[in-house]
Write a protein that binds this ligand. Structure first.
Ligand SMILES: [Mg+2]
Length: 386
């Protein structure tokens, strides 16, 4: 049993949206296929992965550095003790050979993308949904019903409040009871947007707001003073992701729930947030995204750091809207997952059979991560592996 090939293609996921920090006009991602020599049901087992939106494709790093390390490793050294499956942690160690500590920036995305494909292959070889495999490995009970919320509400050029309201209405119509919109351009611009959306939601859904790290300490406090008058689901990523003092200071001005962590790319950075960011385990939310931060092997270390810090993993609702985090949520007891009903297709979203009801989905029993259940996605994946 061995990995015979790792393929990568950088694909566009461009759109005309913008948050307070970046636009997505040139956004790309890396799609990866890990091809094995294993057959299941007459078909070669191929694991697939991709990185989350918001960071760009990692083709250079994957092709020049990370894929060769796996392919150069002794194949037996990448198997589990029983020799009947690949071992994700041993593959992860091969990926990270001769990498110095610290500086988690782009390589964490490249490694996270390959790691997703490896876990997909491992679960397919085991013939199980990844969330069931994870629950077994951690001696937990899986819960296939997962909370999801609708992320959107971007700044579209020329988009008025009426279109924003219509977008939010459409999420309600699709079964969501928690929705999210972008903020951070200015108080004057955002106050009427927020009030219009709350009016549209009319108490039938909760609203989260996301500043995408745009705000200075003074601005973040200004927003906190405005936002605390509204019954928000959370106030997300007010300031720079590594400015833990800013995050800690905000708690004095904002008693409601806050969320952050999508731009922290290692368990060490996550641990620093818990140590120094003033986050409150009884109400705040952690959004670390394995597909940007060295993958599930590393995410398990992040969850261990949460345990040590006295945090429940049910406070984790990852960024990214991909099926990998849905599996982790269902298998390891996270609080839910982000979803982008209208964006970043075909990569984000759910298998075709899945419907959102009361802001929850139920995981189908598909081997691996479940990409084969999403017809538009598996089509582009199989083209890469062909
Ligand atoms: Mg965000």
């Amino acid at each position: 049993m061995r990995i015979v090939e790792i393929r990568e293609r950088t694909a566009p996921i461009a759109s005309s949206i913008a948050n307070a920090y970046i636009d997505f006009s040139k956004m790309t991602l890396s799609l990866v296929a890990v091809v094995t020599d294993v057959k299941r049901d007459g078909r070669t087992v191929v694991g697939y992965g991709f990185n989350s939106n918001g960071r760009y494709g990692q083709g250079g790093l994957i092709r020049e550095r990370f894929a060769p390390r796996v392919l150069e490793a002794e194949p037996k050294a990448l198997l589990n003790d029983a020799g009947d499956n690949l071992d994700p942690d041993r593959i992860w160690a091969a990926l990270m050979k001769n990498e110095k500590p610290g500086g988690h920036g782009e390589r964490s995305v490249a490694v996270g993308t390959i790691d997703m494909a490896v876990w997909d292959a491992v679960a397919k070889i085991a013939g199980k949904p990844l969330f069931r495999l994870l629950a077994e490995r951690h001696r937990r009970e899986a819960n296939p019903r997962v909370f999801v919320y609708a992320a959107g509400g971007y700044y579209y050029p020329g988009k008025g409040v009426e279109q924003l309201r219509a977008e939010m209405r459409s999420y309600l119509d699709r079964g969501y009871t928690v929705v999210k919109m972008k903020i951070g351009n200015s108080l004057d611009e955002d106050r009427p947007r927020i009030e219009a959306v709350l009016k549209e939601l009319d108490g039938k859904a909760r609203l989260a707001v996301d500043a995408n790290g745009r705000l200075s300490l003074e601005e973040a406090i200004g927003y906190a003073k405005m936002l605390r008058d509204y019954p928000l689901f959370w106030y997300e990523e007010a300031g720079d992701p590594l400015d833990f003092t800013l995050q800690a200071a905000l708690a004095e001005f904002y008693p409601g729930p806050m969320a952050t962590g999508e731009n922290l790319f290692s368990h060490q950075d996550a641990r620093n947030l818990l140590r120094y960011g003033g986050m409150r385990p009884d109400r705040d939310w952690l959004q670390f995204d394995c597909a940007l931060s060295y993958g599930l092997c590393e995410y398990q270390r992040t969850l261990a750091a949460l345990d040590v810090a006295g945090w429940s993993r049910s406070r984790c609702i990852p960024h990214g809207g991909h099926q990998m985090s849905l599996n982790i949520a269902a298998g390891l007891g996270l609080g839910g997952n982000e979803s982008y009903p209208d964006l970043f297709q075909p990569y984000g979203g759910f298998p075709d059979s899945v419907r959102v009801s009361d802001s929850h989905i139920v995981m189908p029993e598909l081997p691996g991560i479940g990409f084969e259940g999403k017809s538009d996605l598996i089509k582009v994946m199989r083209e890469l592996a062909k």
